[in-house]
Design a protein around this ligand. Structure first.
Ligand code: AMP
Length: 392
């Protein structure tokens, strides 16, 4: 009987989960799944290591009122009753914000929980869900070791200038700085880069994590030196429903002259903008690529234009560029986005091999391209499982 690590990634409307073997990194999870539709109509899906779907009534009767804590409790009951070839010996959580304090994964105790609760105002839409999941597990299994892995931690290596806003000093001193996110994804890519690039992995690399949320990270020696997201996960690139960087004067204008209150501005920036807002059709790149509507094409063009601009700015932070890595849903699967972004980067020495790009090959640059362009699938859950293995 092997030990298993329960990996949980609690988002605003979904909880992804997996059971990873506690020994032998790189081995397949015994189980993966997701509870989606939280707050509306919760649905459950799970697959075993063989890819077979596991039917269960675990959420029977759960409705829009079932919160993260209640759903994690039900999930745990189901997991504890099942036969997965081992017993759960630890839990690892994705936690969005680790503030300035946490620069790596940490074993959770009462003091850590207190520190994480103090960070809720910095990520009010995400942090409470991770904390609810941690508490729900602690209530049912108080002796189970739990580990927190932070989306911000990978960026704590950045130089001070990369972290500062040009705001009055007292605001920076109290923590209004650029934190950066998607750190678990960047950590994973940094770990596998040598397999793809050999010694060049320690050079000047930009990783483009293009998913529903999107950001980029500039790495030197596989450490973060700059990133496109800032104080919140709103900054930087255009995303599925988020605006990305915007002239802050627009926000003042909307409140002064259009009668929007803070909540309405928040909704506009977090869920009504981005690909969805510009196209008026969908936040899903697949829908936009399939659409003949010119607004869909304009949304894709703006997404790619903004991505090329952001990438160029990060190349300036790196003072050059050796490789680009595309990852996450759009980065891994959209040949069109990769083609349109790279077409704007020939001045940096990027030459795309379009046949390789269409085949979604691992290396999609030509052999004489000055910059290697790679497609590497990310795996945030594997990073959480690995951290739990190390700490326990
Ligand atoms: P993620 O947040 O990393 O799970 O990425 C989700 C997003 O990836 C979806 O909303 C789509 O926009 C995009 N995506 C997934 N598959 C494809 C595909 N085959 N082609 C284009 N975009 C895709």
């Amino acid at each position: 009987m092997t030990d298993l690590i329960l990996v949980l990634n609690a988002g605003s409307s979904s909880i992804k989960f997996a059971l990873h073997p506690a020994a032998g990194s790189g081995r397949k999870p015994a189980l993966t799944g997701e509870i989606g539709g939280i707050g509306t109509a919760p649905q459950f899906k799970a697959r075993n290591a063989g890819g077979e779907s596991l039917d269960t009534e675990v959420l029977a009767g759960a409705d829009a009122t079932a919160d993260h804590a209640a759903l994690v409790a039900r999930l745990l009951d189901w997991l504890l009753a099942g036969e997965w070839g081992g017993r759960i010996s630890a839990a690892g959580h994705r936690v969005v914000h680790g503030g300035r304090q946490f620069d790596g994964p940490v074993l959770i105790d009462a003091k850590v929980m207190q520190a994480l609760e103090q960070l809720v105002p910095l990520a009010p839409l995400h942090q409470p869900h991770s904390l609810a999941a941690i508490r729900a597990i602690a209530e049912r299994l108080p002796e189970l070791p739990q580990v927190a892995c932070f989306d911000t931690a990978f960026h704590r290596t950045q130089p001070r200038l990369a972290q500062l806003f040009a705001l009055p000093r007292h605001l920076s001193d109290e923590g209004i700085i650029r934190y950066g996110f998607h750190g678990l994804s960047y950590h994973y890519i940094a770990g596998v880069l040598p397999d793809h690039l050999g010694k060049r992995a320690d050079g000047r690399i930009i990783v483009a994590h293009l998913g529903n949320g999107a950001s980029m990270c500039a790495m030197k020696e596989r450490r973060s030196i700059a990133t496109s997201m800032g104080f919140t996960a709103l900054d930087g690139l255009m995303m599925g429903r988020r605006s990305g960087s915007i002239d802050p004067g627009v926000l003042i204008h909307l409140q002064e002259n259009k009668g929007l209150d803070v909540a309405a501005v928040g909704r506009l920036l977090y869920s009504e903008s981005g690909l969805y807002g510009v196209s008026g059709i969908s936040n899903d790149m697949r829908d936009l690529e399939a659409s003949a509507d010119p607004h869909a094409r304009e949304a894709i063009d703006l997404f790619c234009y903004r991505a090329a601009l952001e990438l160029s700015s990060l190349a300036a932070a790196l003072e050059g560029l050796d490789a680009i890595v595309f990852t996450a849903g759009i980065g891994e699967h959209s040949e069109m986005v990769r083609r349109l972004v790279c077409a704007r980067l020939s001045w940096l020495g990027v030459a795309l091999d379009q046949t390789a790009n269409e085949a979604h090959a691992n290396r999609i640059s030509t052999t004489d391209s000055a910059v290697d362009v790679l497609v590497i699938p990310t795996d945030e859950e594997a990073v959480i499982a690995e951290a739990a293995r190390h700490l326990i």
